[in-house]
Design a protein around this ligand. Structure first.
Ligand code: G3P
Ligand code: MG
Length: 232
């Protein structure tokens, strides 16, 4: 079962910062998950469209320039990273799940992927792009058919993982509060991987292990790994 550091090692370090990503790598996470919005055609790594919860700023992200955002404290002296900086940091040390949050992320993402391949030698097969915005994922897949996508759901659809097959996704990303055996069976029968968010603590990690899911998004990569290892 893959350990995916949710917003980095965000249980112990400020979420979606380079520090949280460095720590996730140091803790041996298989992958990092992060959230991006587009500002001035750049992808910035932050979960909310407003600044108050995670930074020293206030108001809408979109009311700020990139230069203004760069001045904010995202916790422990960290700034809001650009996705580009995260790609520079990771350099193949783990795989990366980029969750598209804001509108207008498609064009900046396509341009960044080209730059990442040409300038950073990023292997696109180490990236998995996900979103709750399924038309956006469909547009991405059409623009770049080789890109790997993961279809997010926050509920349990009537036809289970069918929507993910229709999107030609590689994985379905499910909420831990809704995942069940039928969803896992349906996804597997369709050849889809199942990744579950957000899974912290012994009971939840063990339950996902028993369900046979392919990976968990966890805020505590080292602790979740230790729970898993204690079962071997
Ligand atoms: O990508 C999994 C999970 O991060 C989705 O929910 O709100 O934490 O971005 P959220
Ligand atoms: Mg997310």
């Amino acid at each position: 079962m893959q350990i995916i550091a949710h917003r980095g090692a965000s249980g112990e370090f400020p979420e979606n910062t380079l520090l949280a990503f460095q720590q996730a790598i140091a803790q041996g996470a298989d992958a990092i998950e992060l959230d991006v919005f587009a500002v001035e055609n750049e992808l910035v790594v932050i979960h909310d469209a407003r600044l108050e919860r995670t930074t020293s700023g206030q108001g809408s992200l979109y009311a700020h320039s990139l230069a203004q955002l760069a001045q904010l404290d995202a916790g422990q002296g960290q700034s809001i990273p650009l996705l580009w900086q995260v790609l520079q940091l990771i350099q193949g040390k783990c795989w990366l799940n980029i969750e598209l949050k804001g509108h207008d992320t498609l064009t900046p993402l396509l341009s960044l992927l080209d730059r990442a391949v040409n300038e950073l030698n990023v292997d696109l097969s180490t990236l998995l792009i996900s979103s709750f915005n399924h038309p956006l994922l469909a547009a991405l897949k059409q623009a770049k058919p080789s890109i790997r996508i993961g279809a997010l759901t926050a509920n349990l659809p009537l036809d289970y993982a069918k929507f993910a097959s229709e999107l030609q996704a590689e994985a379905v990303h499910c909420d831990v509060d809704f995942i069940n055996e039928d969803m896992v069976k349906d996804a597997k029968a369709r050849g889809l991987k199942v990744y579950v968010y957000t899974v912290d603590g012994e009971q939840a990690v063990n339950a996902m292990h028993l369900l046979g899911v392919d990976g968990i998004f966890t805020n505590y990569p080292a602790k979740s790994r230790a729970i898993l290892n204690s079962k071997d």
